[in-house]
Design a protein around this ligand. Sequence first.
Ligand SMILES: O=C1O[C@H](COP(=O)(O)O)[C@@H](O)[C@H](O)[C@H]1O
Length: 250
Amino acid sequence: MSDKKVQVYDSEDVLAVSLAKYTSNLSQKFCKERTSFTVVLSGGSLIKSLRKLLEPPYIDSLEWSKWHVFWVDERVVPKDHRDSNYLLAFDGFLSKIPIPTGNVYAINDALSAEGAAEDYETCIKHLVSSGIIATSEATGFPKFDLMLLGMGPDGHVASLFPGHPLVKEDKKWVTFIKDSPKPPPERITFTFPVINASEHIALVVAGAGKAGVVHTALGDGQNSEVLPVQMVSPEGELTWFLDKEAASKL
Ligand SMILES: O=C1O[C@H](COP(=O)(O)O)[C@@H](O)[C@H](O)[C@H]1O
């Protein structure tokens, strides 16, 4: 059972300030202890909520050269396609920080969904072998220092959707989906054992459109099935970052 905190902020802007402080504190801690800080991004609205890290004091003080950046999920589209999670993160965040390009691990967009998932898993395996990514002693799955996750209004996280058999994948590190209910249909995604091996997960949720599912996940909302977001249970610490609107039904 993970250590769970729920933090509610007056606005998304205040949430973004707190998320920057939280990320900065973890960056300082891991960069002091180790030669790398492994950070996993999702796509969607999360990227905009990282904007305060691009401002002083963080932009000038974080040890960006030790950051290694991954994606919890990616759409199988070219890197310059408007649906690409890589492009979203590059335009909104990565192009504005002094991170070595070799520390940014995008999927291979020349491959099929199956091929890209396999290739990404191989890439992660190499980084585990070289000690850049840690390993969970409990499960043997790769253990990332920080995952910054968003959540869809249906309760999906990464590309793990409600009712889809992929939520039960318990062997692969990275898998693929070809029938995503949210377009585009072809995606690759980390599996729950990888997500849940994490040391820290921030679940960042803003806006009234997600209040119902936040209520289901954290309040006494009823649902006939367990939503993917309810399956997020890291070995380390889970922190929900909610704005007032997302928390309005709690
Ligand atoms: O399709 C996706 O959606 C989720 C949620 O996106 P949001 O815009 O509602 O925050 C995102 O976390 C995931 O990475 C993405 O591929």
